[in-house]
Ligand binder design. Structure first.
Ligand SMILES: [Zn+2]
Length: 94
């Protein structure tokens, strides 16, 4: 893992210096629209303009997505569990 990147993420909101995009004037998360204390998620240490103001939940989602854990994977797992559960309950009925 790139040390600089994890270092900056750990101290997000505190240690990041440079030119971020400006804080949303409506105070709303740019992903889900919730009004919470927002953190700045960025993905390029050479250009802090490349970032989004996100609520804590969406920030986690963004970090997971960067690591390749996508909502598609969640939905796939969910479908697998549901399919398995259907098979089990059908067996019980018989
Ligand atoms: Zn959000």
């Amino acid at each position: 893992m790139d040390y600089n990147r994890s270092h900056v993420i750990r101290y997000h909101g505190y240690a990041i210096v440079g030119d971020k995009r400006s804080y949303p004037p409506n105070g709303q998360c740019e992903l889900c629209g919730e009004k919470r204390r927002l953190v700045y998620h960025h993905w390029d240490n050479d250009n802090f303009k490349l970032g989004l103001w996100l609520c804590p939940h969406c920030h986690i989602l963004a970090e997971k997505t960067e690591k390749g854990i996508t909502s598609e994977k969640y939905l796939q797992l969910k479908a697998e569990v549901e399919a398995q559960e259907v098979r089990v309950s059908e067996r019980i009925k018989v």
